[in-house]
Write a protein that binds this ligand. Structure first.
Ligand code: UDP
Ligand code: MG
Length: 336
């Protein structure tokens, strides 16, 4: 590199050695089609900040050529780190790996498919610099998602905010900014069942909500399907609330009460009017009703026991297979 162009970048040399202002954590699974555009747009958004930042890509066991793509990504001013998990552990685990590795003064979680536009990053950073320790991004429009997904998502958020012991802001996904302090609290949470919307909300701290329109996926298809979403919803409910257990007890109490009242009615009818005992259909209905309530309650109990079983094994959340760090290219030129 000649002296003239080196001089032109000299002021950056100092900046790239300081702690990154922002770490953008991007988990992905088979996203080769979108990663190059994602990197370009994230870098462009970070360039507006004119400070040294960090981008961490987490390959959650992709089977396409995503890893060979990201491990080549570099930037003049920003540090690019690529973590590769040994298999597909799920987005929650991948995000946890990224948050553990993050060294920035604040952390932003972003989807690789560009549904959460990186162009909002400067606004998020501004809100953080104005004093908010958590900047939540609330979805107004959800482009590219059918009415069924929108309705079920809405019902789930409503239900969760009702059952959760800690407030979870409606229509806020993983796209958010968190101060380093908040991230270090989340990193200490040991549970294996990582319902991120709950975990991210748990530490509290000062919050600001910004609105945004969620774009459609740039390319490829969603990694979620309804059985997976159902599983996530059950995990969310059982890991963040014990209310269903209470409801099971209430249902048991209510049915016992109904049975008691019915027994009195039947006895009175038989003794006073000499009526015959009610017939076969009502007996079968009652047996089915009680059986249903019992099975449901056992199922609810089983969900909680299942969580205990998983937690008690204390297995690691994810296994790291590779960790590649690309220092800012400007810095590597400097050392040549
Ligand atoms: N993802 C991941 N591991 C998985 C599934 C998804 O890292 O097992 C990533 C995916 O590549 C994307 C983000 O999580 O960057 C969100 O996934 P997706 O777009 O499929 O979810 P949706 O936006 O439809 O809820
Ligand atoms: Mg998506």
């Amino acid at each position: 590199m000649n002296t003239v162009s080196y001089k032109a970048y000299e002021h950056l040399a100092h900046a790239t050695k300081a702690q990154p202002l922002v770490t953008v954590v991007i988990p992905f699974f088979n996203e080769a089609e979108v990663l190059t555009t994602c990197h370009t747009r994230v870098c462009a958004a970070l360039s507006n900040l004119q400070q040294h930042c960090e981008i961490i890509y987490i390959d959650d066991g992709s089977q396409d050529n995503s890893w060979s793509l990201v491990s080549e990504f570099t930037h003049r001013l920003h540090q690019v780190r690529c973590l590769r998990l040994s298999r597909n552990f799920g987005k929650e685990a991948a995000m946890s790996a990224g948050m553990k590795a993050a060294s920035g003064r604040c952390v932003i979680l972003l989807d690789a498919d560009l549904q959460d536009p990186p162009e909002y990053i400067p606004d998020m950073v501004k809100a953080w610099q104005a004093g908010a320790q958590v900047v939540e991004m609330q979805r107004q429009e959800r482009h590219g998602e059918g009415w069924l997904k929108r309705t079920t998502a809405h019902c789930f958020y409503r239900f969760m905010s009702h059952v959760s012991d800690h407030p979870i802001t409606e229509n806020v996904g993983d796209f958010r900014l968190m101060d380093q302090k908040v991230v270090s609290v989340i990193n200490t949470l040991p549970e294996r069942t990582r319902f991120m919307k709950g975990l991210l909300a748990w530490p509290g701290f000062t919050r600001t909500v910004l609105s945004f329109d969620r774009d459609a996926r740039l390319a490829g298809t969603t990694k979620w399907n309804y059985p997976k979403l159902m599983h996530l919803a059950l995990e969310g409910i059982t890991s963040f609330s014990t209310k269903p257990l209470r409801w099971a007890t209430m249902a048991g109490l209510a049915t016992s009460l109904i049975a008691f009242v019915m027994a009195i009615v039947i006895f009175t009818k038989t003794l006073v009017w000499g009526d015959a005992v009610a017939g076969y259909p009502s007996t079968i209905l009652i047996i089915l009703f009680l059986g249903g309530i019992q099975l449901l309650s056992i199922g609810v109990l089983g969900e909680y026991v299942g969580r205990l079983f998983i937690e008690s094994k204390q297995r690691p959340l994810y296994v790291l297979m590779e960790d590649a760090m690309q220092k800012p290219t400007f810095q590597s030129m400097e050392t040549k």
